[in-house]
Write a protein of this length. Structure first.
Length: 135
């Protein structure tokens, strides 16, 4: 059972990585950049969020692999705590910590943000289940 949950975490981690770059690309991928007063083009906030989500997705994948490799109750609970915390960060990066573009009609606000919120909530629920589940 927990091997299946580990595989699900790996898949969710991959989805967290792919969402801002491939599935629902952020403005940076679409070719929109912020130009400073000095004329330097920089990624918008959504580009930085995409980078942070890439790291979180990779860590979620590691947690899933750990759950598949080690089936002890301590490992399961540790992966549960980590997954819940990672899921919270998946939600917080685009909403409060880094943010997305200000314009509501940008693709990052319409597609990427809701997708990351849904993925983050699913990961939080899985983490809570792993913490709660007793063998």
């Amino acid at each position: 059972m927990f091997s299946g949950i580990g595989a699900l975490l790996i898949i969710l981690g991959i989805l967290v990585i792919l969402t801002p770059w491939v599935l629902f690309p952020v403005c940076e991928v679409e070719g929109m950049y912020l130009t400073t007063s000095a004329g330097v083009q920089m990624p918008m906030k959504c580009g930085w969020t995409a980078r942070a989500e890439t790291g979180m997705g990779a860590l979620i994948m590691v947690a899933g692999g750990l759950l598949m490799a080690r089936r002890s109750p301590e490992t399961r609970q540790a992966v549960g705590v980590f997954s819940a915390a990672a899921g919270i960060l998946v939600v917080l990066f685009p909403t409060y910590l880094i943010g997305m573009c200000k314009l509501a009609d940008h693709p990052c606000r319409q597609l990427t943000l809701p997708a990351l919120e849904v993925l983050g909530v699913i990961i939080i629920i899985i983490g809570a289940f792993l913490i709660w589940k007793r063998e």
